[in-house]
Structures are given as structure tokens and as C-alpha cells.
Design a protein around this ligand. Structure first.
Ligand code: 1GP
Length: 254
């Protein structure tokens, strides 16, 4: 097993909080800037790269993924919105079922198309209950999936949905306010979900400050996903990483 695959296994063991950085292939360009950022991610203990987006329009994804593989040892997990985004050179794939929505294609249809392709790769397939939550604006994920997000003040709906995902056999729940959300998912909702789950909980969308990141960890996030904030201000990497990793109080909590 490659060391990246081993690192991926550790990330999913939810023994302590982890940091995932979302790399959107439409927003990254292969070159020195990306390589400098990848080096900074290594130095600051980033645990995982999510690679993908709700709508990919550019053609540079392959080059960007190749560069990530060449210049870092951090595991790369695909975060696809469509089977066409499967790339066997990553380490794993979030096999996302949009359990907050009721659209058949996002629950099972795309999975049927993708599965024969996946069976020919060595990607670690991670069955993931994906839940979109209202983050104050319609994000690309909300719009493209044509689904209604869980209202931000309904932790009971979030909890019931996540539980259903766990009972259906998901290995991970990803609760997402969507990229560029105006505000992140509330602590109340995160803790309502976490207190009922025995599988890891990933939280993302609108996390822009170390306070946001720490709030998510304190409420029970096992993996915190940061995208936009680092695209706009890569210099925030160190303080966001410290906020997620540093608190020994939340380590080894299981
Ligand atoms: C989106 O959760 C990710 O799916 C990241 O969101 O870009 O707002 O950090 P941001």
C-alpha cells in the first residue's frame, strides 16, 4: 500500500481532528504558485486534499492533479459532481450520495454509471452521505444538484438525515454549506449530528477564519474542509491549521 493510501486510512480513523484543503481544478493553475502552496500545505500538516468541484469547465484538471502528486505526499481524494471527473491517479474518491436531496441521479443514478469505471481503478472508494445545508446563499452545489438544502436552524433534520446515512452503510458524513457560503454550519447543528454518529463527520463551506475552524472542531467535526479562504489568502494556512490541529483537548476523543 502506498504511503498516501496509509495516510488516507489514518485520516478516516477519526481519532483526532484533520484538515482537508479543497483544490478546485478550475481555480488552480499548474505552475510555481501551486507548487509553493503545496509545499506550504506539507509544512503546515494538511492531512488531505479534496480535488473537484460542482462544475468543472476548464481543461487543466489532469495537469493540476499530476502536479499535486509530484509535489506532495498528501493523499488526494476526488470530490466529484459527475462520473466524468473520475481520475484513477488519485488515492480515493468520495462516493457521494446526496442524502439531503431527493434527486435520483445524485442518490444512485450517477453511481451506477461510475461503478464499472471505479472497479477498474485502485481508488479507495469512500461511501459518503453528502448533506447540503443552507449557508446564506445559493451555492453552485445547491444550484447544480437542484436540491433544497437543509434549513440552517433545523439540527433535528440534519441529525435524522446523517443517522439515515450511517444506517445505510456510509463510511463518512460530509455536511457542507457549499463553497463560498456566507456563513458556516452552526455548532448546534454539528454537535446534534456528531452526538449521534459513530462514523467520521466532515464539515465544510464558508469556513474563513481560525475561529470558524475551531468552532467546527469544538462542536465535533472530525475533518474540516477549507477552500475559498485559502484560494483568496493562502497566508492563512498556518493559523487555520493550528486552529484545527492544536487543541489537545479534542485529540483522541474516541
Ligand atoms: C465546498 O466545503 C467546501 O464544498 C469548501 O467550502 O470554499 O467555502 O471553504 P469553501
Amino acid at each position: 500500500m502506498s504511503s498516501r493510501k496509509e495516510r488516507l486510512k489514518e485520516v478516516l480513523n477519526h481519532k483526532r481532528p484533520r484538515m482537508a484543503v479543497l483544490l478546485d481544478p478550475d481555480k488552480c493553475v499548474e505552475g510555481q504558485k501551486l507548487r509553493t502552496f503545496l509545499k506550504a500545505c506539507e509544512e503546515n500538516g494538511v492531512d488531505l486534499f479534496l480535488f473537484g468541484g460542482s462544475l468543472i469547465t476548464g481543461e487543466g484538471a489532469k495537469d493540476v492533479l499530476e502536479s499535486i502528486r509530484l509535489h506532495s505526499q498528501i493523499p488526494v481524494v476526488l470530490f466529484p459532481s459527475h462520473p466524468s471527473q473520475i481520475d484513477p491517479s488519485a488515492d480515493g474518491i468520495l462516493f457521494l450520495s446526496l442524502i439531503s436531496g431527493r434527486q435520483a441521479d445524485y442518490l444512485i443514478g450517477h453511481h451506477v454509471v461510475a461503478s464499472p469505471m471505479l472497479s477498474k481503478t485502485s481508488l479507495e472508494v469512500i461511501p459518503t452521505g453528502y448533506m447540503l445545508v443552507d449557508g446564506g446563499r445559493t451555492t453552485t452545489a445547491h444550484y447544480m444538484s437542484g436540491s433544497m438544502p437543509i434549513p440552517k436552524d433545523k439540527p433535528d433534520i440534519a441529525m435524522a438525515t446523517a443517522l439515515a446515512g450511517m444506517y445505510l452503510g456510509m463510511r463518512l458524513i460530509y455536511m457542507d454549506a457549499g463553497s463560498g457560503a456566507l456563513y458556516p454550519i452552526s455548532q448546534e447543528m454539528i454537535s446534534a449530528v456528531k452526538s449521534n454518529l459513530s462514523i467520521p463527520l466532515m464539515i465544510g463551506g464558508g469556513i474563513r477564519t481560525s475561529e470558524h475552524a475551531q468552532n467546527a472542531v469544538e462542536a465535533g467535526a472530525d475533518i474540516v474542509v477549507i477552500g475559498n479562504a485559502l484560494e483568496e489568502a493562502p497566508e492563512l494556512l498556518q493559523e487555520l491549521s493550528i486552529a484545527i490541529h492544536a487543541s489537545s483537548h479534542f485529540k483522541d476523543r474516541h
